[in-house]
Design a protein around this ligand. Sequence first.
Ligand SMILES: *[C@@H]1O[C@H](CO)[C@@H](O)[C@H](O)[C@H]1NC(C)=O
Ligand SMILES: *[C@@H]1O[C@H](CO)[C@@H](O)[C@H](O)[C@H]1NC(C)=O
Length: 398
Amino acid sequence: MEEKKKKTIGVPGLLAAAILCLSSLAGATGEAGQKQLRFRENGEFKILQVADMHYANGETTPCENVFLSQMATCSDLNTTAFVHRMIQAEKPDLVVFTGDNIFGFDATDAAKSLEYAFSPAMSSNIPWAAVLGNHDQESTLSREGVMKHIVSLKHTLSQVNPTGVDVIDGFGNYNLEVHGVEGSGFEKKSVLNLYFLDSGDYSTVPSIPGYNWIKPSQQVWFQRTSMNLQRAYMSKPEAQKAPAPGLVYFHIPLPEFASFDSSNFTGVKQEGISSASVNSGFFATMAEAGDVKAVFTGHDHLNDFCGELTGIELCYAGGFGYHAYGKAGWARRARVVVATLEKTEKASWGPVKSIKTWKRLDDQYLTAIDGQVLWSKSTKEGEIERRRKETQLHQLLC
Ligand SMILES: *[C@@H]1O[C@H](CO)[C@@H](O)[C@H](O)[C@H]1NC(C)=O
Ligand SMILES: *[C@@H]1O[C@H](CO)[C@@H](O)[C@H](O)[C@H]1NC(C)=O
């Protein structure tokens, strides 16, 4: 397989690379003439997540797991129609496709299949971003080839890999900044940070079977990027005390997604968590960085829950595509996330106040379900205050 040729490096090399690229990483995004994402005049920024479209050849590609009576009239075009309907209903500021965008085994021409799959986003004039799943490279393009083709498409903010980083595993690791409302004190600051990573396809280590994982090189990049963004956010103008919230998008769930049961998640779990069989520590890396509030994946089409572990919400979107395995009678679905800014005293907009999510089903009414708050500033600050008091108490008693 093509992707085996990608560069991998050991830990000493990693550290050297991290030090070398420290300076070049700062402010590496939002450049290259790309449209700067920013909050709307109403203080909101909305993201539509589309997971696992599994697109193949369009009209001739049959649906999977729909009722027998629905088979004759069902194809990839139903997936296209669903993307269109979601965009029209929610009018998102960004659409994020979290991998298995195409189902390579059945797609006869990867480039064409990608163009079909992303066409509703391309024609909507809405910026969109994509990462790779484990099936995107199974057609006529390698993982690198797929990612390169994606970045050439209209209105995408996807990047093959971050600028200023020489060595990183995978294709489609990048971040996007979302600036505050135009004309507010936050117009030149990133108040919401989006991270995109390539969670790979399959392990290339013979002794470790199963799916791939997020590698140290990617985690070092994430760490440096998060640190630089936090430093900028906590400096003038409008220097903040806590980091701007971060949201992370990739395809394969982390082993930590298995930390929940129905007593502590919102949504459903109808199949196992298909993460890598080893834990490469990305959850700990995110927790340590301190800015990430939620992680969004796909991969397991029959799971659509969000569960919170040590302050980070781990969310599935639920299966979207009709040429993807699913469950007849259990509607295909998509996840929406909206971040809302705080009103400042001067009747302007400040930093992010809350992040909410819900899902919509591909039924007649695009029924919205499972609305929940993923994060809010007040809770967070209350939590910090509570922990500070606990520490003080502990110091007093011990
Ligand atoms: C697929 O789309 C066709 C054409 O709009 C529609 O008649 C059919 O009900 C859809 N199938 C499913 C399973 O949604
Ligand atoms: C969820 O609840 C189960 C018990 O029902 C518990 O074992 C698990 O640790 C809980 N998970 C989290 C993240 O709190």
